[in-house]
Design a protein around this ligand. Structure first.
Ligand code: DLZ
Length: 162
């Protein structure tokens, strides 16, 4: 699972499917917005570079990562939306808040995804430090938002093939 020597924005594997005609929701947590804003920008740029039209990107904000699940559910409820990217950043603190939020979002977005049979991508950074977050939000380890955008296009394409 380590990303120590990897640039997450250049994932190995198959090429990126063209996203023309795909309509994608993005939910961004406002907590740690300097980081989540960079993830958002990375995701949007990657979607546009791969054919998704600007009008087909539906962007909404929620207060913190804990609310990403509910935001994803609201968007999945919209029949016109093919898939959702959730973007957040939960930084390890001195209390157990970190574990509760991370576990809740990971399980929450999985449940929403299965309930609606739509891809809901987990673009949530869970670093120990702000520096580790910056390294993954446009820094030396790339941008997790780019990775989330590539993942969503691959998952929509997989669904349409099956
Ligand atoms: C309360 C809280 C804390 C301590 N830390 C973070 C964090 O690092 N990242 C994040 O996205 N949100 C954090 N929050 C806010 C919670 O996600 C949530 O918004 C509140 O608990 C209200 O439900």
């Amino acid at each position: 699972m380590s990303s120590v020597n990897k640039n997450l924005s250049q994932p190995e594997g198959s090429s990126v499917p063209n996203g023309k005609g795909m309509r994608i929701g993005i939910v961004v947590a406002e907590w740690n917005i300097a980081i989540t804003g960079a993830l958002r920008d990375g995701a949007i740029n990657t979607l546009l570079e791969n054919g998704v039209l600007e009008k087909d990107i539906v962007l909404h904000y929620v207060p913190g990562s804990f609310e990403l699940t509910m935001g994803a559910q609201f968007l999945c409820d919209d029949n016109s939306i093919d898939a959702v990217i959730t973007l957040g950043c939960v930084i390890q603190g001195e209390t157990r808040h970190f574990d509760f939020i991370c576990n809740a979002v990971a399980h929450g977005v999985t449940n929403v995804s299965l309930k609606y049979n739509k891809p809901v991508i987990f673009g949530v950074l869970t670093p120990n430090t702000l520096q580790q977050a910056e390294d993954r939000a446009g820094g030396k380890h790339g941008n997790k938002g780019d990775e989330a955008a590539v993942t969503v296009l691959k998952m929509i394409a997989l669904k349409s093939r099956l």
